[in-house]
Write a protein that binds this ligand. Sequence first.
Ligand code: PHE
Length: 369
Amino acid sequence: MAVAKYSLSTWAFCRRKLSVSVGDGLLLITVSCKCKGTTLTEWIEKIENCDSVAAIEEIRIAVFGKKGVLAKAFAEMKTAANEEKAGIAKELNEVKAKLNSALNEKKIVLETEALKVAMQAEGIDVSLFSPLSERGATHPVMDTMDRVVEYFSNLNFSVETGPMVEDDFHNFEALNLPKYHPARDMQDTFYFKDETLLRTHTSPVQIRTMMNTKPPIRMIAPGSVFRRDFDITHTPMFHQVEGLLVDEKGKVSFANLKFILEGFLHHMFGDVEVRFRPSFFPFTEPSAEVDISCIFCEGKGCRVCSKTGWLEVLGCGIVDPNVFKAVGYKEVSGYAFGLGIERFAMLIHQIPDLRSLFEGDVRLLEQFR
Ligand code: PHE
C-alpha cells in the first residue's frame, strides 16, 4: 500500500494521514514501511513506563474507551474513500491488537509486582515465635463421665438417655416410690405444674428403656439430675450414671452385680478394697451402698473419709419386683446401680468443694489440661 500516514484530524484534507490527538499523546495509524509505528511506539512506550495498575487503566480508557482514540479512528474511517476503507480497517485492527496485548502484558507485570509488595507488607512470618494461645480442656466432670461410659460401653452396655423434665410416674411412681413414700423426702426437686419435675436421678431412664424394649437389657444412662441441695458436697444440678441389667428369671444375681462393680471400681480408683453395705432404695431389694477403702489414707482414717477409712461411692441392688410390675415385665431378674459423677471427680482429682466445679473459675479448670 502506498499510503504513508493517516491523520484523522486532517483526514478531510489529507487522506494520507490518520492521526488523533489524545491528551498529551498522539495516535498515528501508519501503514507505510517508512512511518510505521511512530506514535504507536509512543503509546507503547507510555504503557511500558506505567508504574501502577491505575495508570494502565487510564491509558486503556484513553485508547479503548467509548470516546477513546480507537473509537474515534474507527468513526472517522467511515469517511474514507470506499476503496481505502478495508486497508485502513485492517491497519486499525492490527494497532488495536498490539496496544491491547501491550496493555495486558504490562498489567500482569504491574499486578504481580503489586501482589509481591502487598505480600511482603501483609504476609505472616511463619517462622516467628508466638506465645502459646490458651488451650481448652475437657471439664473434669465430663472427663470422668466419659471414663465411666467408656468402661461400660466396652462391656456391651448400651447408652440410653431420657428427658430432664420428667413426670412423676417415671421419676417416682414406677420406681416403687408412691406419693406417700418417705423416701421421696431425700429427693426433693423443682416441680412444674401438671405433675412434671426436674428428674432427681437417672433411674427414670430404666423405666423408659424397659417400657420401650424387651428383655434382655444391658444399659447405662448418663445425664444431669436435679435436687434441692446446696452445700460443700452437693449442688442443685449434678450428674449420674445409671446402670441396669435385666435377663430371664434366675439368671441375674447379686454375685453378678458385685463382680461388675468391683471391676469397675478397680478401673476407676486402682487397687482399692470394695465393700458392699446393706442399704435401702425403694426400687431395689436387697439394696446396698458401695464403699471403697479411702484413697487418701489407704483406710487408716483421715479427714476426707471422716476417720472411717471408707468412702461411699455408689448405690445398687437387685431390681424390686414392683418395678418390673410397673413396666409389665414378667419372669425376669435384674440388677441396677447408680453413681454420682461429681463424687467420683472430687475423689479422683482431690477437689475439696464440689461447688467449685460449676463456678467456671479458670484457675480451677486450667489445672485439668
Ligand atoms: N437412683 C439412686 C439415687 O439417685 C441410685 C441407685 C440407682 C440406687 C439404681 C440403686 C439402684 O440415689
